[in-house]
Ligand binder design. Sequence first.
Ligand code: NAP
Ligand code: GLV
Length: 325
Amino acid sequence: MRALISRDLPAKALDTVRAVAEVSVWPHNRPPTAQELVEHAADADGILCLLTDRIDDALLSALPKLRIVSQMAVGVDNIDLQACANHGVAVGNTPGVLTDTTADLAVALLLATARRVCEGERFLRAGEWTTWSPMLLAGAEVHGATIGIVGMGRIGFEVARRAAGFKMRIVYTSRSPKPDAERLFGAERRSLSELLAESDFVSVHTPLSSETTGLIGAAELAAMKPSAILINTARGAVVSQRALYDALKNGRISAAGLDVFEREPIPMDDPLLTLPNVVMLPHIGSATVATRTRMAQIAADNLAAGLQGLPMPHPVALPVRMRAQ
Ligand code: NAP
Ligand code: GLV
């Protein structure tokens, strides 16, 4: 059996796959292009991929032997799940293990934007700090503020837990009610428009799907308080980036903390980079050594199990297979 691993991983994870297959590891610190992926995965029974790899019908058609796709991430929006179902390819991902780590980063962005942490650091390093003054870098209050959690799933729930610890009031939207969050953190379910109007902070935690692409656009940003702060650690395209720039530039909202972007890496000429009231990070929500090591191991375990015809520990539910036209 053969497997392609689309980036170098911790040795233990590589060994897990090597125990059941002949492994080839993509040797560069950049994603393979679509053509390179086809070439390097030729004859592969399984691929361990990253969220930067596009797994679509064209790729699957070019790799008829492929049976398993194991993603080292929880989000699988880079994978065409319908195409995988149609080609009889099973998919695995790494849910749960990164939940707390990503929730921590969402809160880090919330605190950084509210309390102007990055602005303050830039100010100090630029030698502009001449005196303590009453309103110097005065930011927004966190305790007592209302946070609106869009998508009360695993990560949203852990953000709610942390927000409750900061004495925040919590409102949320989700497709289904979340009685545990309501009971444990006093969270109250709202429509999206109610949540936007009420919240001092809006934190986005839905997967990227056809339903959530552009979920927060110009109208939604206009519905937020002018003092509100938007945090996005989900996927860039859940928020319209152009509309967000306009809203930040024109003071329709106060600030944003972003770990994810419509295009990653964000192009250095993106207008967002000209704004002082945005804190931007390079998609590092789950980036602690321990969590990334665990994610690599789960992805390896999924791939090794699938290659041996065993159930993957963390399979992704696929849509119903559609007949070829
Ligand atoms: P999850 O447990 O599946 O939670 C997703 C939540 O979104 C669910 O509660 C779901 O509602 C809700 N939802 C889905 N569609 C919705 C819609 N149209 N409107 C409102 N709510 C909707 O997923 P998770 O593990 O928390 O991860 C969430 C996402 O975070 C991932 O898909 C990934 O894209 C992103 N992520 C980013 C990083 C990073 O490094 N920045 C790290 C990890 C994850 P129901 O429960 O009612 O179905
Ligand atoms: C990271 O963005 C993930 O989806 O795991």
